[in-house]
Design a protein around this ligand. Structure first.
Ligand code: FAD
Length: 478
């Protein structure tokens, strides 16, 4: 293996290799400490790394990378470990470089609406810092209270409000990155439309295999003057899906429009006690925002469409705290599944918005055939599905069967011209499906891009690109 850990036999030695760089307290090699880093949010797959380092500066990251490469160690960057595709899953003999100590806000440029932060800064902390000044950072993954901005960059993370405002790639303008050689490069620019290739868009969404991002420059926005939230219930996901299509087709762009099916509503109500009816087939949670003068008019146009599509009940939250509770319910939906199932597998696929109702019907049929309950809670405006396959890992081979059901959902997405991931990335989990979506030429081109940054493939090996794993997988170009 090109990444075999040459030159160091025993795990204890790892501490001495890196401790002069990061300090002994920030170099983890004991088995109990390493357990924490064995997986990310995809908890069913675990690999114990050889060592974990927690550097504090770009220079420390660069020195750790150089030393790891001298010893042939593969390197796995890690933010908060909330990824759902095994992107931060270690590989055998790897050095995990965690950014948990890199949480400084380095500078704020109010005039140009730019902020420079270290990669371990938590997504929500950017908005918390800016809020008193009347600004916020738009991309809002449901995990925003724990996930890091470095992880967001690597995954090109989205969130409920990305429908109107765009994904991470639309809000990160520059990064500092440590390459596999240990060299430090600046990519992108704090100014608009810099000359040259758009390399920042190559880095964003590259899932940690081009380098380790050590500083991030984000673009932040003024808070909208007014936001109006609307909650609407429907007899089934058919009517709710149709309402989403019609709203967007009418030229209305809500800040967010999220769908939950009956099972998702049941779990959210159980977890948050939000006052939502349980005898409905689906619900939409929508934000309309903008300047005061136009928000109500836009919201009323959208509400007319909701009614026309057969909505049972339409509610405005009665207070800011009820609004916050509704959004807390939606954003906590994955965790809420714990109320109704011991385990769940989060799938992430994309379909054309106009096919939401048809695809949800196919998923319901799959649920019936397989015997697995499948809850749906997702970014309906983007057609970004998150079917949650509920299972009990203690029961026989349910884990494997649930994973197979989840993979069939991806194939349904592909059948409708969609994608195998909307925002959670390919990681280790979906590498096997890349060959179903891309041709060998596509994969080879992607591989050339990777090699332009790092021909040694030091970062995150075994991720993203397919290698034969399951019967029928295409090998891809590697
Ligand atoms: C409950 C829950 C809800 C979620 N909701 C959403 C959602 O709405 N939208 C969404 O997009 N995602 C969502 N996610 C997925 C996840 O939170 C995002 O992918 C997030 O961006 C991961 O950030 P992290 O800091 O946890 O990264 P990690 O999981 O630690 O790492 C993710 C990837 O980034 C790489 N990486 C991390 N830091 C760096 C760095 N500094 N330089 C280079 N590479 C790096 C890692 O190698 C890995 O490949 C959710 C997850 C959970 C558990």
């Amino acid at each position: 293996m090109p990444w075999a850990w040459v030159g160091i036999e025993a795990r204890e030695c790892a501490a001495t290799v890196f401790e002069d760089i990061v300090g002994a307290a920030h170099c983890i090699t004991d088995p109990a400490g390493l357990r924490v880093y064995e997986c990310d949010g995809l908890t069913g797959t675990r690999v114990r790394p050889a060592a974990v380092v927690l550097p504090a500066t770009t220079d420390e990251v660069a020195r750790c990378v150089r030393r790891a490469r001298q010893r042939g160690m593969p390197i796995v960057p890690r933010g908060s470990g909330t990824g759902l595709s095994g992107g931060a899953l270690p590989v055998e003999g790897a050095l995990v470089v965690g950014t948990a100590r890199m949480r400084a806000i380095l500078s704020v440029d109010l005039e140009n609406q730019r902020m420079r932060v270290q990669p371990g800064v938590i997504n929500l902390d950017i908005s918390k810092h800016l809020s008193p000044l009347g600004y916020y950072y738009a991309p809002d993954p449901s995990s925003q209270s724990v996930c890091s901005i470095g992880g967001n960059v690597a995954e090109n993370s989205g969130g409920a409000h990305c429908l109107k405002y765009g994904f991470t790639v639309n809000h990160v303008v520059a990064v500092t990155m440590v390459l596999a050689s240990g060299d430090v490069v600046e990519i992108g620019s704090a100014i608009a439309d810099p000359i040259g290739y758009d390399l920042i868009s190559v880095v964003i969404g590259s899932e940690g295999f081009l380098g380790i991002v050590t500083e991030v420059v984000v673009r932040f926005l003024r808070k909208p003057e007014k936001t109006r939230t609307v909650f609407a219930t429907f007899p089934s996901t058919d009517e709710a899906g149709e309402a989403v299509s019609q709203i967007i087709a009418a030229g209305i762009v809500p800040a967010a429009i999220e769908m939950m099916d009956a099972l998702a509503i049941e779990a959210i109500v159980a977890a948050t006690h939000v006052d939502w009816p349980l005898d409905v087939g689906a619900a939409l949670l929508m934000d309309v925002d903008g300047v005061e003068a136009e928000v109500d008019e836009t919201a009323e146009s959208a509400i007319a469409i909701l009614r026309g599509c057969g909505s049972i009940e339409i509610r405005d939250p009665r207070s800011e705290s009820e609004r916050a509770l509704m959004w807390k319910g939606r954003k906590g939906a994955f965790a809420a599944m714990g109320r109704i199932s011991p385990n769940y597998y989060v799938q992430d696929g994309v379909i054309p918005r106009s096919d939401i109702a048809r695809v949800l019907r196919e998923i319901a049929e799959l649920s019936e055939r397989s015997g697995f309950r499948i809850a749906n809670v997702f970014h309906a405006g983007d057609g970004n599905l998150h079917p949650l396959v509920l299972y009990d890992a203690r029961s026989g081979d349910e884990s494997e069967r649930a994973e197979r059901v989840a993979s069939q959902i991806l194939r349904i997405c592909l059948k409708y011209g969609g994608s195998i991931t909307g925002e959670h990335g390919v990681g280790a989990d979906k590498a096997a499906y890349m060959g179903e979506m891309f041709t060998d030429d596509d994969l080879e081109t992607m591989h050339y891009v990777q090699c332009a940054f790092d021909a040694t493939q030091a970062f995150n090996p075994t991720k993203v690109f397919p290698s034969p794993r399951l019967c029928g997988d295409r090998a891809g170009a590697r």
